[in-house]
Design a binder for this molecule. Structure first.
Ligand code: NDP
Length: 318
């Protein structure tokens, strides 16, 4: 594998995960690797001709495929058809161009939220197609699940080395901090920023009891580089913290309030609905490969993200 020249095209390179990969590869550089980070300004990957032009221009040997239509609960519920079609188009164009231009390895990105709604815990890699996803985001989920089907079909018919990773909830710098449409941690960080200004407590929707596994974007990026450089399977791999690192929404909110040194702490508004109680994913497969990988403690990762948001408030997506 060693010194062959690699040109690594990162689709969706301007987003939360893409920017973290940019940082992680600077911390762990390899002489033979050249990375190209794309944003939607480089071309619309829903368009097959535009996608092929990008691939012909950069002639990648490797692809990290992150670009996707991503959104919060309400956006998903209202636009399941758009999430389905746009993501199917993006994925099909990226994989077909990868095949046509002779890409040696393509690592795409699924998500633990595409797993069956009714399932047993912990969730593992073998369970993706075992039943319908949650009805709120079925469009996004089926489009993402199809990547796994495509990876196996490209491998079977053309011998392509296309695979995928399955992250749990990601957070970090360059996230979408929108109050209505962001994910839990960036949404709470933005709320806490406002609460701090107004001298109020951080109001957390729901009982605070649901459990989640959160992965810091830089940890995820390091694991992405491992998969790109060393993972040989076509079957996907879950990239998550250990099951013992699952935390409640209440605990996460408290860490965020502490990072902002909120005088009035947090208040739980349990008139608002809780989401699913838990979605525990198993990282046993990952631990088989990397038994000693150290995840950043949640407290430190949240403090870094809060610091980034404070410093970049004007330019942050929100
Ligand atoms: P972001 O929303 O931060 O970034 C999305 C990226 O995709 C941006 O670079 C965006 O470009 C690009 N993009 C979107 N549509 C198009 C298009 N039509 N053509 C070209 N580029 C496009 O996403 P994340 O970094 O959070 O997510 C990256 C991947 O990780 C996605 O596949 C997502 O499904 C997956 N994932 C994310 C999780 C999370 O918690 N965030 C959890 C699990 C999986 P631009 O900046 O120009 O708009």
């Amino acid at each position: 594998m060693g010194s062959e020249k690699k040109i690594i095209l990162v689709t969706g390179g301007s987003g939360l995960v893409g920017q973290a990969i940019k940082q992680a590869k600077q911390q762990d550089p390899r002489e033979n690797e050249t990375f190209i980070f794309l944003s939607s300004k480089d071309g619309d990957l829903k368009d097959p001709a535009a996608t092929q032009r990008i691939f012909e221009r950069y002639k990648p040997t490797h692809v990290i495929h992150l670009a996707a239509m991503v959104g919060g609960l309400f956006n998903n519920m209202k636009h399941n058809l758009d999430f389905l079609r746009n993501n199917i188009l993006i994925n099909d164009n990226v994989l077909q161009s990868s095949y046509k231009l002779g890409v040696k390895k393509c690592v795409s990105c699924l998500s633990t939220c595409v797993f069956p709604d009714k399932t047993t815990y912990p969730i593992d890699e073998t369970m993706i197609h075992n039943g319908p996803p949650h009805s709120s985001n079925f469009g996004y989920s089926y489009a993402k699940r199809l990547i796994d089907i495509q990876n196996h079909a490209y491998n079977q018919q053309h011998g392509c080395h296309f695979t995928a990773v399955i992250p749990t909830n990601v957070f970090g710098a360059c996230d979408n901090f929108n109050l209505e449409d962001g994910h839990v941690i960036p949404g709470l960080i933005h709320k806490a920023y406002i609460a701090k200004k107004e001298g109020k407590p951080l109001v957390v929707y729901g009982s605070g009891k649901p459990l989640r596994q959160f992965i810091y974007s830089i940890d995820l990026a390091k694991l992405f580089l491992f998969v790109l450089r060393e993972y040989e399977e076509i079957d996907p791999i879950i990239l998550s913290v250990d099951e013992s690192s699952e935390v409640s929404i209440g605990q996460v909110a408290q860490l965020i309030a502490d990072a902002f040194q909120l005088e009035h702490g947090i208040v739980l508004d349990d008139t608002k609905a809780d989401g699913q109680y838990k979605k525990t994913a198993s990282n046993k497969k990952l631990r088989g490969y990397l038994p000693d990988f150290q995840f950043m403690p949640l407290k430190d990762a949240i403090e870094r993200t809060v610091q980034w948001f404070n410093l970049n408030y004007n330019v942050a997506r929100k």
